[in-house]
Design a protein around this ligand. Sequence first.
Ligand code: NAG
Ligand code: NAG
Ligand code: NAG
Ligand code: NAG
Ligand code: NAG
Ligand code: NAG
Ligand code: NAG
Ligand code: NAG
Ligand code: NAG
Ligand code: NAG
Ligand code: NAG
Ligand code: NAG
Length: 373
Amino acid sequence: AAAVGLYLLTRRLRKSGVMFLLFLLAIVPSGHGCPEECLCSLQTVKCQNKDLDKIPHFIPNNTKILFVSGNSISRISGDSFPTRLELLTDLHLSGNELEYVDTMAFNNLPNLVRLDLSNNTLQNFNESAFPNDTKLQHLNLSRSLHNHSTTDELLNFLRSGNLVNLTVLDLSNNDLVILPSDIFTHLSSLVSLSLQNTSIINIHNGTLRVPPLRELDLRNNSLKHLSSKMMAEFSLKPDLRIQLAGNPWLCNCFIEDTLMWLKNSTQVVDVQNLTCTNPKDLRHQPLLQLEKYELKCSMEMKGVLGTSYVFLGLVLALIGVIFLLVLYLNRKGIKRWMYNIRDACRDHMEGYHYRYEINSDPRLANLSINSDV
Ligand SMILES: *[C@@H]1O[C@H](CO)[C@@H](O)[C@H](O)[C@H]1NC(C)=O
Ligand SMILES: *[C@@H]1O[C@H](CO)[C@@H](O)[C@H](O)[C@H]1NC(C)=O
Ligand SMILES: *[C@@H]1O[C@H](CO)[C@@H](O)[C@H](O)[C@H]1NC(C)=O
Ligand SMILES: *[C@@H]1O[C@H](CO)[C@@H](O)[C@H](O)[C@H]1NC(C)=O
Ligand SMILES: *[C@@H]1O[C@H](CO)[C@@H](O)[C@H](O)[C@H]1NC(C)=O
Ligand SMILES: *[C@@H]1O[C@H](CO)[C@@H](O)[C@H](O)[C@H]1NC(C)=O
Ligand SMILES: *[C@@H]1O[C@H](CO)[C@@H](O)[C@H](O)[C@H]1NC(C)=O
Ligand SMILES: *[C@@H]1O[C@H](CO)[C@@H](O)[C@H](O)[C@H]1NC(C)=O
Ligand SMILES: *[C@@H]1O[C@H](CO)[C@@H](O)[C@H](O)[C@H]1NC(C)=O
Ligand SMILES: *[C@@H]1O[C@H](CO)[C@@H](O)[C@H](O)[C@H]1NC(C)=O
Ligand SMILES: *[C@@H]1O[C@H](CO)[C@@H](O)[C@H](O)[C@H]1NC(C)=O
Ligand SMILES: *[C@@H]1O[C@H](CO)[C@@H](O)[C@H](O)[C@H]1NC(C)=O
């Protein structure tokens, strides 16, 4: 209430500029005033949508929750929090077009537990941004990694080894596609992971090995079926609850293993909501209601064969043309060859004719037999 009172006083004094300056000078050294751009109530400070380009200085040192969302703070560095905020547990920095998180950025926030960095445009995140003994538990990086070429490098800070208390990680709405298999190996407390809408096509063996995960959100990705490695990975964690709806399941004969696993497993909480996307005649069909005879490979095979027939036809036509060409170019030789054959045939036939005549002449039969012997 005192803080609100101060704020109202500030607003009133603002009209007379000199008085306000004097007032500021008076309250700043005490460390209990509320920054001009902010609303302070109890131990919550809100400085949202104020077009700030840095964290306001002189945040009251008893602040527990700080909102600085919707500004234009492109960089958080060691200077961003010049005084130690022992009590601060929650920091909201979403929607700032934040690009750089530098080394020691959060060193003066020793009790930070929840950090919301969602909806930013991160380019670099120094692996020593957090103090060694950080107590960070919730980290929100939803919709904040837009530079595909730097994503792997950027997420290196997750491997720094000091985020041992991190339990909730939100990486949703980023274009990740494939995760490096060692990305979570240092997050030894991670329980809840959102990879919703991250264009994931597969999860490598070993990726989920370390964290004691219990919730995994894989909705709205690009999974067409589950690879055997993924199913093995999931089965290693019997307590894991998985969400898989909104993926473009391809219901052909290759999905049989996935179906067997889905029907037997109790891990997929939204298994009732999984539907085929392709082929067209099975679209929207629930996966659990598929019958084995509906799962064909012929759809694609027909296409493959169709194209291969066309190709084969073209090759044969080409061979035919080449053959005719060779015949044409070699026509003289062929003519000679034909004559030779004809002559040979004629000689041969004459020989037969002769032998026939000899054989049919009873007077000469004995002679011919004798000559054969
Ligand atoms: C805040 O600062 C004042 C004076 O500067 C100090 O007496 C007080 O202990 C500090 N509070 C915390 C929670 O650090
Ligand atoms: C993301 O932040 C921008 C400002 O940087 C804001 O205009 C937009 O509404 C935010 N989007 C979401 C989904 O919060
Ligand atoms: C992360 O922030 C987004 C808003 O930007 C919110 O919708 C989402 O629930 C947050 N995630 C967590 C785990 O708090
Ligand atoms: C992190 O900061 C340290 C010290 O400024 C620097 O040496 C290192 O290169 C930085 N790392 C990244 C990935 O920016
Ligand atoms: C943090 O840990 C690293 C290596 O584990 C060490 O080099 C560094 O001195 C530590 N920093 C602090 C402030 O303790
Ligand atoms: C992505 O990061 C690279 C390397 O840091 C940089 O050169 C490039 O400009 C960035 N792209 C965008 C769209 O920010
Ligand atoms: C943070 O992790 C350390 C080491 O694993 C543990 O001793 C401590 O109790 C954890 N703190 C919280 C608040 O979970
Ligand atoms: C999914 O993520 C992309 C970024 O990879 C984002 O542009 C899009 O808005 C997200 N979709 C939804 C429904 O949030
Ligand atoms: C996955 O990796 C483990 C070792 O981390 C190995 O024992 C197992 O055979 C692998 N599984 C597959 C399907 O590759
Ligand atoms: C997920 O996908 C479904 C179906 O395409 C869509 O209705 C829903 O809005 C999406 N949700 C998110 C968070 O992307
Ligand atoms: C079905 O699941 C149980 C454990 O939930 C497992 O022991 C069994 O081998 C599975 N059966 C098949 C056919 O996968
Ligand atoms: C399945 O989808 C329906 C309708 O979209 C939704 O209301 C329900 O919560 C979903 N079930 C699960 C387990 O996600």
